[in-house]
Ligand binder design. Structure first.
Ligand SMILES: N[C@@H](CC=O)C(=O)O
Length: 320
């Protein structure tokens, strides 16, 4: 599906945030990316977001165009595809004609770090949305990146269509910025945007619309079940199912979020992801065993979820 996503579309799927597989010369590996996409789609996930985990920060314009062309050609017509622009304003503006030419309807603006201020970010996003011709997904990666009231204005002006919330807190429950954002725009426009670590609070308690995840690229069926369990209020079962995901996220925190996911896809056997685009590196050999153990736990959760899903389908039962 190539239409702009509405909040109701987000509510029905986890958002997978995949890496991009590259060949040894850093050109895009179309067949490996297709294998990753097919694996995710087979698990019932129908929203793919290419952004941070794809390391798009470090793609030049030619590599960006080539990778997005290959990925677009590999997705099923029923899959919603989101690409990202930025993270700086100039690069984002240069990418807008590319995404328009490729026919993307859903585009996220990667978070810019320095120099930027809340009013400047809001106005930059307005200009980008005007150039793109439609609302953009905003990635909130740090507190006060945009003031909550200004964010509400951006949504009412249709410059922002959805928000990925990924401000790291030691306790997800204690997050005054998220409280303020929620009271300004409501949960409907918000995805928990940082993997499984905060979802017990973000989905179970605050009722955000969905969540974004890298681990879902390895265990899409289990991740879909996890979303459904949280959405149907079965939080104890959801928490139990989330354990291998939470462990994977801990390993990512220790060894590198992008690195463990990128190499983890290869270790899982889904696809040979190859190198990462500089300035990010593959895991050193002595860290692979730790990543591999976490990947195996995810694979086992996925196998069990697939068995449950097949059994439920045979009995005509829906998880919720
Ligand atoms: N960074 C998170 C969510 C993606 O946006 C992850 O990789 O799980």
């Amino acid at each position: 599906m190539r239409q702009p996503l509405a909040p109701a579309d987000y509510a029905s799927s986890v958002v997978a945030v995949p890496p991009i597989a590259l060949n040894a010369d850093h050109s895009v590996n179309a067949s490996a990316n297709e294998a990753i996409i097919k694996h995710i789609e087979a698990g019932g996930v129908n929203i793919l977001l290419y952004g941070g985990n794809a390391n798009l920060y470090h793609f030049g314009l030619d590599d960006y165009r080539a990778s997005m062309e290959a990925i677009k050609a590999s997705t099923a017509p029923t899959t919603h595809l989101i690409t990202s622009v930025g993270s700086d304003f100039g690069k984002a503006m240069a990418q807008v004609p590319i995404v328009r030419h490729l026919g993307f309807s859903n585009v996220m603006v990667l978070p810019t770090s320095f120099p930027a201020d809340p009013a400047g970010v809001a106005n930059g996003v307005r200009k980008l949305a005007a150039a793109f011709g439609s609302g953009l997904i905003l990635y909130l990666k740090r507190e006060n990146y945009v003031e909550p009231d200004e964010l509400a204005k951006l949504i009412s002006e249709k410059a922002v269509s959805f928000v990925k919330y990924a401000v790291e807190k030691s306790e997800a429950a204690d997050d005054p910025y998220l409280d303020a954002v929620l009271s300004a725009i409501g949960a409907e426009y918000l995805a928990s945007g940082m993997g499984e670590t905060p979802i017990h609070d973000h989905l179970g308690k605050r009722k955000l619309t969905t969540y974004t995840s890298g681990a879902v690229c390895i265990a899409p069926t289990a991740a879909s079940e996890l979303l459904e369990l949280y959405k149907s209020g079965r939080t104890a079962e959801a928490f139990e199912l989330s354990k291998p995901f939470l462990h994977f996220e801990k390993v990512r925190m220790m060894l590198g979020g992008l690195q463990v996911l990128h190499d983890g896809l290869r270790l899982s056997g889904v696809a040979d992801t190859g190198p990462l685009m500089p300035m990010v590196s593959n895991l050193p050999t002595d860290k692979l065993a730790r990543a591999s153990d976490a990947v195996e736990a995810l694979k086992s959760a996925e196998e069990q979820a697939v068995s449950r899903s097949l059994a439920n389908r045979r009995r005509g039962v829906h998880v919720s």
